[in-house]
Design a protein around this ligand. Structure first.
Ligand code: MOS
Length: 761
């Protein structure tokens, strides 16, 4: 191992390009909505379009359909009058069910939020369906609706009352620590609504074969889609197959059972042919989930040396009326720094909108914007370098539970990041660095994220021809897991990477959980290691059986390398011979990986399509990072540019520095968009900018030099392979690093995201 745990030999730890990369860039890759009938290339005969509600709350009085019914190539119009009662309600995935919103589409005449599905129109072509859908008229009886914080009718509930396992935190007496402190910061920070905008929309295609339903849908938890649909439609889960090809982006959406799938499945059943749905992008803003707006009241106090004496974090996040779901994050902000007195309180504000959902680092992005901005404000008040302030409050133990961190390379990340970024050139006073017409500011912030892991099952086949095949109902979400699995199997089985085939994204394969929480690599690579060991042990046991070439030897002494089953003395068998002692073609094994500290029913939870992420154990297991931003603000126009972002990250064992770096850099770019561009604006209870013309994301011209530094983080205890996962780590902290740099450049503290030109003039 050298720097960052990158291996010196073997395959794991070395850069390897994505094995599906060529298919993706040549257009050969198959996404769910590219799929047609098995083996066929004929376009589908039936296409669906959605009609969505124009009111936020109330009742549907009726539909005026005669004009729409005249539309050419129309096949059918379905409303709650057709499907009401046919789709059973299932709870949210995070509340013991399968759904990403338990709102029941076409379930009744009730309207629960603006943009909910009120009719499904099916035509012979997508254009015919869209044209007829545009002609559907709905008569409503509207009722007053609450859209966001402080609206009449918005209902504030303590998270502890909404969510079964949530507990607010109290350590010591935060009021005494606050009253007696010589340095204090008290401020409110707010973050906006943000919407996932994957290039691939939230599509589905449903086809029946007798009593069996096959769904092609981009999803990051096909197991939940299978079980959720079965529960909604009264089927046995074995009657539902869900296939998700490569996924054209999800970022947290495409999460569990979608609202639109069951209506499309019922339409396909009524019409007796497969039905495809590609919703419009505008509809994707309301039929799927989003990052909700949040606000944070932070109080942080320190003694004259900068040691924290009191921390209070009160947070409010938007939630729907119908799901007991809200992302909590004060557990992370409370445990980040040493502090003798801590109090947190989290509240959900329930309004007439669809249920929010996870978006890359769901709680850490808003919660660390608040905390890491406040820490920076405190550093200015104390006249301390913000890195030095963090060093003085670094801790090897969780200040809340007293548990140790499994590793704690936070300051190592700040030191490596500061060196790579050139932090030493930062002038100590705000508003004093200039480059021509531009004010220059440098800022930094921490990125931290608890490591999550889940049970997983995985099938491994090793063939006598020296190839291998991995099968698992997990998903290639673009993170490179296909490549990591092929690399891991190649290394452990002693084969070239090209001889390993990887099959994912099909419920016919062994069950695996949600692609989420940065848990895919931690979970699947541990499952793969188990599978490879099972195959090795079986081959070795056979080779040492009576009458075999190594009769009587210890099977533990054999390993798979260079296409052979090799004994410690260098003698060995070709893989072909070793396999053929068992079967002329192949050996097959099913690994069932259950992470340490899992609940006893982890495998049943997984096979039932529920959520089973764990973080538990005797230590806090976190990944760490330090983000650095250089901001330029035009002295006259207020234009804000970010020519440089540098991040230093410690995330356990790095399996493929190339895909690791792309995950981190991708996150950092998104963080830039989050700080300066992304915001869904409410217009009453509806979204005013639901398209990519007005919902702004960074373009190539917005992104300057980005560097992700990998910091060594050998952590033997986090899980058997020492992997932490880094899919979300790269975005966390960027908001605060940029806001802190804006303060350094312009002397203005912006506590409300996104930061706009208007804030600078
Ligand atoms: Mo996370 S956005 O739940 O992968």
């Amino acid at each position: 191992m050298d720097q960052a745990g990158v291996a010196k030999d073997g395959i794991i730890g070395h850069p390897h390009v994505r094995i599906e990369g060529r298919a993706k860039v040549t257009g050969a890759a198959l996404y769910a909505s590219d799929r047609r009938g098995e083996g066929g290339s004929e376009p589908d005969a039936a296409h669906a379009a959605l009609v969505t509600s124009t009111i936020a709350r109330g009742r549907i009085l009726g539909f005026d359909l005669p004009t729409a019914a005249q539309a050419p190539d129309l096949l059918a119009i379905f409303t709650h009058r057709d499907f009401g009662g046919e789709i059973a309600s299932v709870p949210h995935l995070m509340a013991g069910g399968y759904a990403n919103s338990s709102h029941l589409p076409l379930g009744s005449d009730r309207v629960a939020y603006a943009g909910q599905i009120v009719a499904l129109v099916v035509g012979r072509t997508p254009e015919a369906a869209a044209q007829a859908a545009a002609l559907v008229r709905v008569r409503y009886a509207p009722e007053p609706a609450a859209a966001s914080f402080d609206d009449p009718g918005a209902e504030t509930v303590r998270l502890a009352d909404l969510k079964a396992h949530h507990e607010d935190i109290t350590v010591g007496d935060a009021e005494i620590g606050w009253r007696e402190a010589p340095a204090r910061i008290e401020a409110r920070y707010t973050t906006p609504i943000q919407h996932h905008n994957p290039i691939e929309l939230f599509t589905t295609r449903c086809a029946w074969d007798g009593g069996c339903l096959t769904v092609h849908e981009p999803s990051r938890y096909i197991g939940a889609v299978r079980h959720g649909l079965a529960a909604q439609l009264g089927l046995d889960p074995t009657q539902v197959r869900v296939v998700s090809g490569m996924i054209g982006g999800h970022f947290g959406s495409k999460f569990a059972l979608s609202q639109h799938t069951a209506p499309v499945a019922l339409a396909a059943k009524r019409l007796g042919c497969p039905v495809s749905l590609v919703p419009t992008r505008r509809q994707c803003f309301t039929i799927a989930n989003y990052r909700p707006e949040t606000r944070h009241d932070i109080r942080i106090a320190a003694d004259r040396d900068g040691r924290f004496t009191s921390l209070v974090h009160e947070a409010e996040v938007i939630a729907s009326r119908f799901d007991p779901f809200a992302m909590e994050g004060a557990d992370v902000t409370a445990s980040l720094y040493a502090c003798p007195a801590i109090r947190t309180e989290e509240r959900a504000v329930r309004v007439d909108r669809n249920t929010p959902g996870p978006m890359r680092a769901p709680p850490e992005v808003p919660y660390l914007f608040a905390l890491e901005s406040a820490v920076d404000e405190l550093a200015w008040r104390l006249g301390l370098d913000p890195i030095e302030l963090r060093r003085r409050n670094d801790t090897a133990r969780d200040p809340v539970s007293g548990k140790p961190f499994s590793s704690r390379p936070l300051m190592a990340c700040f030191d490596a990041g500061a060196a790579a970024f050139g932090w030493e050139r930062r002038a100590p006073q705000p508003g004093t660095m200039r480059e021509g017409a531009w004010r220059v500011g440098l800022g930094c912030a921490a990125s931290v994220r608890p490591v999550k892991i889940a049970a997983a099952t995985l099938r491994l086949r090793l063939f006598a021809d020296g190839s291998a095949e991995i099968g698992c109902a997990h998903h290639e979400i673009g993170n490179g897991i296909t490549t990591l699995l092929a690399m891991g199997a190649a290394e452990r089985l002693g084969l070239p990477v090209e001889r390993v085939r990887v099959q994912l994204g099909d419920t016919d394969l062994p069950a695996a959980g949600l692609s989420g929480g940065s848990s895919t690599t931690t979970s699947l690579m541990n499952a793969l290691a188990l599978a490879c060991e099972q195959v090795r042990a079986r081959l070795a046991r056979t080779a040492v059986a009576p009458g075999r070439p190594f009769a009587g030897r210890d099977p533990a002494g054999f390993r798979l390398a260079d296409g052979r089953l090799a004994a410690s003395d260098g003698r060995g068998l070709s893989l072909a011979d070793a396999v053929r002692f068992i079967d002329p073609i192949r050996v097959e094994t099913l690994a069932e990986f259950v992470p340490p500290d899992s609940p006893p029913d982890a495998l049943e939870t997984l096979r039932a399509g529920h959520i089973g992420l764990t973080t538990g154990g005797d230590a806090l297991k976190w990944a760490f990072g330090a983000q650095f931003a250089e901001v330029h603000i035009h002295a006259e126009t207020g234009e804000i540019r970010v020519p440089r972002l540098t991040g230093a990250f410690a995330a356990g064992r790095i399996l493929n520095p190339l895909t690791a770096r792309s995950q981190l850099v991708g996150g950092m770019i998104w963080g830039l968009g989050s700080a300066l561009l992304e915001e869904t604006v409410l217009d009453g209870p509806a979204y005013r900018n639901p398209d990519l013309a007005e919902y702004l994301v960074p373009t190539a011209m917005d992104v300057g030099a980005i560097e992700a530094v990998l910091v060594p983080d050998p952590d033997e205890t986090v899980n058997p392979l020492g992997i932490k996962g880094l899919g979300e780590l790269g975005i966390i902290g960027v908001n605060a690093a940029i806001a802190n740099a804006v303060y350094h450049a312009a002397g203005r503290r912006i506590r409300e995201l996104p930061i706009r030109i208007d804030d600078m003039i």
